[in-house]
Design a protein around this ligand. Structure first.
Ligand code: HEC
Length: 191
């Protein structure tokens, strides 16, 4: 046996030993370790919300219910008014249009570079905003927000962007009906 093969054999033996020690109930199978994911473990990851709203959970929120959550958990990175800070701007603003929100793309086509990108002017679906916030934010503790908190945060961001009324209730029924200013700039693609 060559020296390298001997080293590899020793490494494999060590791995096998670790696996036998670590796995409480080795499954019959190729490697003899691991276990099938439990349904509740799969459910914790199976939280996709599609553009049409499929997958939205029960619950609801308004800009008013989202504001304190935003102040406590988001403002530190995204700015108290969503104007951006160490992380992206969430509230867009075009000083030249009335209302001052709309697809950033139109201003870009007009050759203007003074309109900042934000959720308000380039995000295509309110539903996927929910999906993103629930799975990824706050970025230092993703997955910790309850559905009511996410509905409230989405409502706050949409209301600050002038897309929904300040008192509009966001839930699985109303969120898919929100028309984002940049909706038509995007083309859905099945991959
Ligand atoms: C510790 C800093 C931090 C905190 C706190 C935080 N975020 Fe973020 N957020 C980020 C970063 C960084 C990104 C950009 C991530 C990327 O591009 O991959 C981001 C991106 C986003 C985006 C996408 C913006 C875009 O332009 O595409 C949204 C929406 C968002 N965050 C919402 C929230 C909300 C709501 C909260 C509060 C629950 C929150 N964030 C808390 C750091 C943070």
């Amino acid at each position: 046996m060559g020296r390298l093969a001997g080293v590899a054999g020793a490494a494999l033996a060590l791995l096998a030993g670790l696996a036998a020690e670590g796995a409480a109930q080795p499954q019959d199978g190729r490697f003899g370790f691991g276990r099938p994911a439990a349904p509740d473990e799969i459910a914790a990851w199976d939280i996709d919300v599609m553009p049409d709203g499929a997958g939205l959970p029960e619950g609801s929120g308004t800009a008013g219910s989202g504001a304190p959550v935003y102040a406590a958990q988001c403002a530190v990175c995204h700015g108290p008014a969503g104007e951006g800070g160490v992380a992206d701007r969430l509230v867009g603003y075009d000083p030249e249009s009335t209302p001052p929100f709309g697809p950033r793309y139109e201003a870009w086509r007009a050759g203007r570079d003074d309109v900042a990108f934000s959720v308000g002017n380039y995000w295509p679906y309110a539903t996927t905003l929910f999906d993103y916030i629930r799975r990824a934010m706050p970025s230092d503790a993703p997955g910790t927000l309850a559905p009511d908190e996410v509905y409230g945060l989405v409502a706050w961001i949409l209301a600050e962007n002038g897309i929904i009324a300040a008192d509009a209730v966001m839930n699985a029924g109303t969120l898919p009906a929100v028309e984002m200013p940049a909706r038509d700039v995007f083309v859905p693609q099945e991959r």
